[in-house]
Design a protein around this ligand. Structure first.
Ligand code: SF4
Ligand code: SF4
Length: 281
């Protein structure tokens, strides 16, 4: 179990606790302001990423001091965790509404509207979260040239997530001042700031999943399709055995490789049951 499971989930998966999505948490004015600022000033995020990129090139002792400080601060305000499709299904089983919107990271990185971000709420129609977004001046989210804030049914949302997984995107939940969870994103390393910070720059702003993937060599035919979608460099190929192998220490447990395998050769195991990866988050 990750740190947040202990802090915010009483030892169970924190993102499966309905209380962490509660509308009551939205009465906190600091949280409301944080959400409004976050979405109304996407350029601030880009600026922060520039600083992280610089820090990643700094001497090891500087990074060694500052990276844990930045991660610790992010844990209080905006931190994520990778999760596989089965846990997305569990979340969509108890939340009341799902809205889809443009991805802030892609807007900043690509300058185009890419609808990979989802607001989730225990209230209908996106609840207070939606109201905050509608009140701010964020043309990339609600402007006339966008699809705005779409309300999806549970099945529509799940279909979209399955499609994103086929595209090779990794699902992740996000806090807006912990423990409140307001959104689920579908990330890739080239465009997502969080994955870039965590994986490329080595400054974690998201936990790995509570799972680790494993390949069944009896079923694997060595086609290597799974290797094309792993964004974490966790897979290797044995030319001698003509099989793929997974390094549990690198695996983020996203399950994207599993979705790409037509032989059903990949399973996800509880991270706690894999000693070599159990304490790597
Ligand atoms: S996609 Fe499946 S069958 Fe192909 S190499 Fe990966 S695990 Fe093996
Ligand atoms: S090996 Fe791990 S990190 Fe890579 S795609 Fe599979 S589950 Fe995700």
């Amino acid at each position: 179990m990750c740190e947040f499971c202990h802090k915010h989930g009483e030892g169970k998966k924190w993102y499966l606790q309905a209380k962490n999505y509660s509308e009551d948490l939205m009465s906190d004015l600091r949280r409301r302001k944080f959400i409004a600022d976050f979405f109304s000033k996407p350029g601030d995020l880009t600026e922060s990423m520039g600083k992280l990129e610089k820090l990643s090139r700094a001497p090891a002792f500087v990074k060694g001091v500052l990276a844990p400080y930045i991660s610790g601060r992010q844990k209080k305000i905006h931190f994520g965790q990778v999760l596989p499709m089965e846990d997305i299904e569990r979340i969509f089983g108890f939340v009341s509404s799902v809205i889809r919107t443009a991805c802030l990271c892609r807007q900043e990185n690509l300058g185009t509207e890419q609808r990979y971000c989802y607001g989730i709420s225990m209230a209908p129609q996106g609840g207070e979260f939606r109201k905050i977004i509608e009140e701010i001046d964020a043309s990339y989210l609600t402007g006339p040239d966008t699809a705005g804030l779409e309300t999806l049914t549970r099945e529509e949302a799940l279909d979209s997530f399955r499609q994103h997984e086929k595209e090779g995107l990794c699902h992740s939940v996000w806090t807006f001042m912990a423990p409140f969870i307001g959104g689920i994103c579908n990330c890739d390393r080239s465009d997502c700031y969080a994955m870039r910070a965590t994986v490329t720059y080595g400054i974690p702003v998201m936990f790995r999943a509570e799972y680790v993937a494993e390949v069944n060599p009896e079923l694997c035919n060595g086609c290597r399709q799974c290797m094309r979608v792993c964004q974490f460099g966790a897979m290797g190929y044995s030319a001698a055995n003509k099989k793929v192998v997974i390094d549990p220490r690198r695996c983020y447990g996203c399950g994207v490789c599993r979705a790409s395998c037509t032989k059903d050769a990949i399973t996800l195991n509880d991270r706690t049951s894999v000693p070599i990866a159990a304490s790597i988050w």
